[in-house]
Design a protein around this ligand. Structure first.
Ligand code: ZN
Length: 327
């Protein structure tokens, strides 16, 4: 267990590292990537005390400190998390997918979760990219595992193929996908985005349809970034300065993507990983997850996670160098 003295030491050692925390969904209960609203409130109380003068108003602030970010644009942010941010006066950045807000789509990975949650089928086989897969679906855990594995396999597929595969999965699982998502998977409306206090909540962009940008053709990439930016500017009547890469791993953005973001006037872009590298590039901002327990959260925001990742990369580098030397 980490006691307060260890947390304080980690905090001191990572004083010049920004702690950008990432959330997606909120719920009255906690499940997978959802954060419970009760835990979120505890986290807000903690940071307002422990990081009193270090809570940043944007992910690209010139000061060093902590900033909260929320991805995708789910309705539960407006219903559960936004009132708490108002109550504790904690600023945050809410990155939204404009196609999702526009009710043109729901997130493909939510469709998978929905299909597995509702299917009557007990055994399921499918061939994906030439590989046969089979799952027994007799319990909630088996269904959740199947959903996670399907999400992970389909992540690397081009977006038009993902839609085709989801349609095939929907048929095999004998469930029709509703046009509009159920509440749990639904998006905020434009009215709700306008209703949020712009002094407290930055609305950032997260593409139009949430594809992995490095899998897009040039034409698709331009559409995803430009259309999303123009729609946000038109609907919210304010400049949009912050971007969040869909999926957010190091292979999900490139110099081409960053150049296009700069041309569109973006000041920052966030990833969805932390690697112990104190990256000062405002278009490669690292983030840690806020979803887990209060204990993990304290470790994240005080820099313990950053230090342990830094130690792992130092050890790996050292081992590799030793291996090269011994050859
Ligand atoms: Zn996302």
């Amino acid at each position: 267990m980490f006691d307060n003295a260890k947390l304080q030491l980690a905090n001191l050692l990572t004083e010049n590292v920004n702690k950008i925390v990432m959330y997606h969904k909120f719920s009255n209960l906690s499940h997978n990537i959802e954060s419970s609203s009760k835990l979120f409130e505890q986290q807000l109380i903690y940071i307002t005390k422990a990081f009193k003068n270090k809570i940043l108003s944007s992910p690209s602030s010139r000061q060093t400190g902590i900033h909260l970010t929320i991805d995708d644009g789910y309705q539960d942010f407006y219903d559960l998390a936004y009132p708490l941010l108002v109550k504790y006066e904690v600023p945050a950045t809410f990155y939204v997918c404009t196609g999702f807000i526009n009710k043109e789509l729901w997130m493909w990975y939510d469709k998978i979760e929905y299909l597995l949650e509702t299917t009557p089928v007990k055994y399921f086989e499918i061939v994906l990219a030439g590989q046969p897969h089979a799952w027994s679906l007799t319990s909630k855990i088996e269904k959740e595992n199947c959903a996670l594995q399907l999400q992970s396999i389909l992540k690397s597929f081009p977006s038009n193929e993902v839609s085709a595969e989801i349609n095939a999965i929907s048929k095999l699982l004998e469930i029709e996908i509703p046009v509009l998502p159920p509440y749990k998977y639904s998006a905020c409306s434009w009215g709700q985005l306008r209703d949020m206090d712009p002094e407290l909540i930055n609305i950032g962009a997260h593409s139009h349809t949430h594809p992995i940008l490095t899998n897009c053709t040039d034409e698709q990439l331009s559409f995803e970034l430009k259309h999303c930016t123009e729609l946000l500017q038109k609907e919210l009547q304010r400049p949009i300065k912050h971007f969040c890469y869909p999926n957010g791993q190091s292979t999900d953005y490139s110099n081409t993507v960053i150049e296009k973001l700069k041309q569109l006037g973006y000041e920052s872009a966030v990833t969805a990983f932390t690697d112990g590298y104190n990256c000062k590039d405002r278009y490669k901002i690292r983030r840690c997850s806020g979803v887990e327990s209060m204990h993990r959260f304290k470790k994240h925001v005080n820099g313990v996670e950053h230090l342990s990742k830094k130690w792992i990369s130092f050890k790996t580098r050292n081992n590799n160098e030793n291996n090269v030397f011994s050859r």
